[in-house]
Design a binder for this molecule. Structure first.
Ligand code: NAD
Length: 510
């Protein structure tokens, strides 16, 4: 079902939302960098990009802010994030709507993204009283050894279009309670939501009172501005979210100057449906995981392995779901699938589908859905039955394509599951304990996220988020991810009157 709707004035609505959230008009009009809404393809803003010199000045300011902020006790720093959470609650509907306008997400997913921001604020407030270091047994009498976690410096954040605001908050909430300052280079495809987030942050700052100026700043621009952040020696950590191509450039540049990296890159996530699976549950999880956010999540399910004994029960139902899913304007309808971000995304989807056909794929869906917008690119999600894992199945195409393959042997399917370059998210659908444990075991899924009877997407902020191999190895959000935002000092204190050396070394001088 395709939901055609009346034309909405996205430009006007974006401007009204920005004004309500406190963004000055001159920040998004009359500049040199356009922002477009994927919903209609229309231009919704013209932002001014920063020059390299302006970016460097902002980083310098953030460095000065860090020097003051690191001295503020961590629970007090947590108070700023508590206020940010309050402001985000107050503006949830507005920011969520702007996410829908600028990133094309359906209403519940736009709101869900802001909820994630609120959730990480709650997490970080608690964390601000739990930046624990260990006390460690020493081998020397009259000594104490401990770990102290200190703030790191300016944290650079580079983010992708598909989570235009949540990724900033995951990094910023942790970075700030850890005593750092933040400089954010949002995606050039979603700069308006970045301005809105910054305005909301500034409301929290105003309520907080005496925070140093420049504690969290935004750099508007394309990848060249990102490169300024990556190469600046005053930025000891860059958390970069985006394609593996971006990570291949950013990772070595950071390594060259011995800076830290949190790389959150592409995924090629798979599900395995075993003979004992609850097929109703699997169907819903696969449908959301593969078609949700129009296939534009890093954790989108892109490959599906179905056991031969249940293939004919599950796959026809899946095809039916693909045939009936609603595709439409997310601002004016209850469609479940919104637009692709731009023409390039649509073209790459078509290219991958074409290549899949040359590898023997049978395609359901995938065609453009016309809603009357020349520059709005809507597509039917594609389900592609493949004889084996080959060609485009091995790569991430950032669009709603699910490659479905039949399997017969558990060990072989785990090997196929792992035989791709990315290693972000994975899931198995089974009621067989041995299968589920084997999937989670050391020789099971090689991904950073491995789920049982849940799809690949929709992680909670409480867990560490990230993946292995070409996904980059970074972890952000929950668990002990905060440690990447701090530097660890090991302290040994001698409260005895002797000076015993470690490892029994003697070095007696007269
Ligand atoms: P992209 O790589 O085109 O851009 C991401 C960001 O990196 C943008 O802000 C861009 O300006 C910047 N950038 C690009 N090249 C750069 C360089 N050489 N130096 C510095 N900055 C640079 O990605 P996109 O199209 O916006 O997002 C989609 C991709 O992001 C997909 O591959 C998706 O899987 C991935 N993603 C990963 C995660 C994760 O947590 N693993 C989350 C969201 C998106």
């Amino acid at each position: 079902m395709n939901i055609a709707t009346k034309k909405v004035d996205v430009t006007k609505e974006a401007a009204a939302l920005l004004e309500k959230m406190g963004v000055a008009k001159e920040l998004y009009t009359g500049g040199d960098m356009p922002s477009y809404s994927p919903v209609t393809g229309e231009k919704i803003g013209n932002l001014k990009t920063v020059s390299a010199a302006e970016a460097a000045a902002k980083i310098e300011k953030a460095h000065e802010a860090f020097k003051a902020w690191r001295l503020v006790p961590a629970p007090k720093r947590g108070e700023l994030i508590r206020l940010l959470g309050e402001e985000l609650r107050a503006f949830k509907a507005d920011l969520g709507r702007l996410v829908s306008i600028e990133a094309g997400k359906i209403t519940s997913e736009g709101l869900g993204e802001v909820q994630e921001m609120i959730d990480i604020c709650d997490f970080a407030v608690g964390l601000s009283r739990q930046l624990y270091g260990l006390t460690i047994a020493t081998e020397r009498p009259g000594h104490r050894m401990m770990e102290t976690w200190h703030p790191l410096g300016v944290v650079g954040v580079i983010s992708a279009f598909n989570f235009p605001v949540a990724v900033w908050s995951w990094n910023t909430a942790l970075a700030l309670v850890c005593g750092n300052s933040v400089v954010w280079k949002p995606s050039e495809k979603t700069p308006l939501t970045a301005l809105a987030s910054q305005a909301i942050f500034e409301r929290a700052l105003a309520r907080f009172g005496d925070a140093p100026e420049g504690l969290s700043q935004v750099l508007i621009g394309d990848r060249t501005v990102g490169e300024v952040l990556v190469d600046n020696p005053k930025v000891p950590l860059v958390s970069a979210t985006g394609s593996t191509r971006m990570g291949r450039d950013v990772g070595p540049r950071l390594a060259k100057r011995f800076a830290r990296a949190i790389l959150e890159l592409g995924g090629n996530n798979a599900g395995i449906v075993c003979p004992s699976a609850d097929l109703d549950m699997a169907l819903r999880a696969i449908a959301f995981g593969a078609m949700g956010t129009a296939g534009q999540r890093c954790t989108t399910m892109r490959r599906l392995f179905v056991h031969e004994s249940v293939y004919d029960q599950l796959v026809p139902r899946l095809k039916k779901a693909y045939g009936s899913v609603s595709v439409g304007n997310p601002l004016e309808s209850t469609a479940l699938v919104g637009p692709l971000v731009d023409k390039a995304a649509f073209d790459s989807m078509q290219k991958a589908i074409g290549e899949a056909k040359t590898h023997g794929g049978t395609v359901t869906g995938g065609e453009r859905v016309e809603l009357g917008y020349d520059n709005g690119y809507y597509a039917k999600p594609a389900l592609v039955e493949m004889p084996k894992q080959a060609g485009p199945v091995l790569e991430e195409t950032f669009a709603p394509i699910l490659y479905v393959m039949k399997y017969s042997d558990f060990d072989a399917v785990v090997a196929d599951h792992n035989a791709v370059a990315a290693g972000l998210s994975s899931s198995i659908f089974t009621r067989d304990m041995q299968e589920s444990e084997r999937f989670l075991a050391v020789d099971g899924s090689d991904c950073g996220i491995a789920n049982v009877n849940i799809g690949t997407s929709g992680a909670e902020i409480g867990g560490a988020f990230g993946g292995e191999k070409e996904t980059g190895g970074g972890r952000e959000s929950g668990s002990d991810s905060w440690k990447a935002y701090m530097r660890r000092a090991t302290n040994t204190v001698n409260y005895s009157k002797a000076l015993p050396l470690a490892q029994g070394v003697s070095f007696d001088i007269e």
